[in-house]
Design a protein around this ligand. Structure first.
Ligand SMILES: [Zn+2]
Ligand SMILES: [Zn+2]
Length: 216
């Protein structure tokens, strides 16, 4: 509901100029950068208000792209990754170019098709310190990297960890054709088990096998 305060009026929605799209508080939008060579800024609308001359302004909370963060873009950052920053601004609603959707990481990985307007966010970012929340994330594969949803990974049927084909000396094409996958650790353990099955061992000889298997 519209309410007035110091000649300003809170609005429930704003129609993007030249489109039939309506922006509401909580929506994510693309905003025209001052430098037209750059990709649009992404922001979440926190408030929409009109002043006494009916100029519409939006209070936005910026999303940062990895390259705009202090640490820069890292290998595990996805192409459509954004960080929800603690940086707020008031902008003219005229700079809104269009709407977009910033998904949770989980929902993004479940998308069948990633459209131009689809982004994802898994970190909050403190613009002043360059700090991230959460500051730790799960890591996968031998390379111990967080998951980049743009990269194909294959799950090991043994340890259930996920691996980059590259780190397992496979091409992406080879990995896509796989019906079963065991990582190098699990497949060597498997060999061990198989040879134990194949060669009956007395209980006395077992510790020897164990030591050998653990010595990697
Ligand atoms: Zn890896
Ligand atoms: Zn494994």
């Amino acid at each position: 509901m519209a309410k007035t305060n110091k000649g300003r009026k809170d609005l429930d929605s704003y129609n993007i100029k030249g489109t039939n799209k309506t922006v509401r508080v909580g929506d994510c939008v693309l905003m025209r950068p001052s430098d037209s060579d750059k990709p649009p800024y992404v922001a979440r609308i926190e408030k929409i208000e009109a002043d006494h001359r009916n100029n519409v302004k939006v209070k936005v909370r910026w999303y940062y792209r990895p390259e705009e963060s202090m640490g820069g873009r890292r290998q595990f950052h996805g192409a459509k990754e954004l960080f929800l920053s603690d940086h707020y601004d008031v902008q003219s609603a005229h700079t809104i170019e269009g709407k977009c959707v910033v998904h949770s990481f989980k929902n993004y990985t479940k998308l069948e098709n990633v459209g131009a307007e689809d982004y994802f966010c898994r970190f909050e970012y403190k613009a002043a310190t360059g700090g991230f929340t959460p500051d730790r994330v799960a890591v996968y594969c031998k390379c111990e990297m967080p998951y980049n949803p743009d990269d194909l990974m294959v799950q090991c049927e043994g340890c259930k960890d996920w691996f980059h084909p590259n780190c397992m000396n496979m091409t992406i094409e080879q990995a896509k054709k796989l019906e079963h996958f065991l990582c190098s650790d699990c497949s060597s353990e498997d060999d061990g088990k198989q040879s134990m099955n194949g060669f009956p061992v007395s209980p006395n000889s077992e510790p020897k096998v164990e030591t050998k298997r653990r010595k990697r």
